[in-house]
Design a protein around this ligand. Structure first.
Ligand SMILES: Nc1ncnc2c1ncn2[C@@H]1O[C@H](COP(=O)(O)OP(=O)(O)OP(=O)(O)O)[C@@H](O)[C@H]1O
Ligand SMILES: [Mg+2]
Length: 386
């Protein structure tokens, strides 16, 4: 064991007893462990070791410097020497070396523990959130075929403003007043898009526009949404404990939220039977609500809502009628070539005969040009009248 490794071991033992130490306390522990081994550390060596210790003991180890890079959005571990990052929308391999499969596995298990979740042979997959908000997903073999897989998605501590999104060419300037008006008139919004298209990010930006005297109740699977707003309360779903008890579902939380004097009920991601509760909430006088839903195109949103409604046992006609009445607009995000995310469409959810449709009101191309669609007049009327 190198002197560095032995210091790491000593500090790890101390931190295990008091996991909420700050950097200054860690630096003192590093000093102490060094002295105990007859080493006098210079300030550079102490700062470097403190960082190594912090990353190894409290953070994501060798992955921490990737997570700390503001340009990196995803860190994906496929194997000890097969670590990828997404930077500016592009997926690239890195030279990070995690040793061997045992190293990857123990990192995954430790991260899960830091996130307050369990990861072991009995529960080989975890979806949780690290204390800094980073979303952790990990799967152990044999469910992960070739070895432990870890997927980390960073979160920004500060929401983008709509102007930031315009500056990064994710949002056409002409859409800014439309989105701001949708929030102002308390429209019920459904944000749709494929995985990683920026739905949660845009939702945080829009919620930052909510007037400061309104109370936002956010319901999430893992607390990801960080709007810039002074009055946000958050409910996070809970899985069953080891005995199978104690589950709190998103459906439960939507019903709780209605009793919490919300001005806006926000469902981070609608991906199951909770759609029925959201439709009920939005149809019973709770306006200004928002939810995100996974859909590859705006035109697929109706089918997605139908499928989720079916999970809740809602008859088809009920989904058509309730969804058309509940949502004022769909805002669809897309990932274009080169991975750039952009707001591509704003549409209206409508019942046409016995079918649910999304009618295009505005379409933006990746260059920022905006065209009106057949739903524009109705959208403009809603924005003016609501
Ligand atoms: N407009 C943007 N510019 C730069 N980075 C962005 C933008 N939108 C999102 N991101 C980054 O991309 C990643 C994915 O964004 P986000 O979590 O909002 O996507 P999502 O559609 O909600 O994904 P999921 O389907 O997994 O819920 C995040 O790390 C986020 O910070
Ligand atoms: Mg999301």
């Amino acid at each position: 064991m190198s002197p560095e490794e032995s210091i790491l071991e000593d500090v790890r033992a101390v931190v295990a007893l008091s996991p909420d130490v700050d950097d200054a306390a860690l630096a003192r522990e590093v000093d102490r462990a060094g002295r105990a081994r007859g080493l006098v550390l210079g300030s550079d060596a102490r700062a470097r070791l403190t960082r190594v210790v912090r990353d190894a003991v409290l953070g994501a180890g060798p992955l921490q410097r990737l997570l700390d890079d503001p340009d990196i959005t995803d860190v994906l571990v496929n194997g000890p020497r097969d670590v990828w990052v997404e930077r500016h929308g592009e997926l690239r391999p890195t030279s990070v070396d995690l040793g061997d499969e045992a190293g990857v596995r123990s990192l995954a298990v430790r991260l899960a523990a830091v996130a307050g979740a369990r990861l072991d042979d009995a529960q080989p997959a975890v979806d949780a959130r690290l204390p800094d908000g980073t979303r952790l997903h990990a799967v152990l073999p044999p469910v992960a075929d070739a070895g432990t897989l870890v997927s980390l998605r960073t979160v920004r501590s500060e929401a983008f403003t709509l102007d930031d999104l315009v500056a990064s060419r994710s949002l056409a300037p002409a859409l800014v007043p439309v989105l701001a008006d949708l929030v102002r008139v308390r429209a019920n919004l459904l944000l749709s898009g494929p995985t990683g298209a920026g739905k949660t990010t845009l939702l945080a930006s829009l919620l930052s526009l909510v007037p400061p005297d309104e109370r936002i109740v956010v319901i999430e699977e893992a607390g990801e949404l960080r709007p810039r707003h002074g009055h946000v309360v958050r409910l996070v779903a809970r899985r069953a404990n080891i005995d199978g008890a104690g589950t709190v579902t998103l459906s439960d939380l939507v019903r709780h939220a209605m009793r919490m004097r919300p001005d806006r009920i926000v469902l981070g991601e609608c991906r199951g039977a909770e759609v029925a509760d959201v439709l009920t909430a939005l149809n019973t006088g709770h306006d200004g609500g928002c939810a995100t839903v996974h859909a590859n195109a705006a035109a697929e949103v109706p089918a997605r809502l139908q499928a989720l409604g079916a999970l809740a046992g809602l008859p088809r006609e009920a989904v058509v009628a309730q969804a058309a009445a509940a949502f004022d607009a769909v805002v669809h995000l897309r990932r274009g070539t080169g991975g750039r995310r952009h707001v591509a469409e704003i549409g209206l959810v409508r019942a046409v005969g016995d079918r649910l449709t999304v009618q295009l009101a505005l379409a933006a191309d990746p260059g920022g040009a905006v065209l009106r669609g057949p739903g524009w007049d109705e959208l403009a009327a809603r924005l003016g009248a609501m």
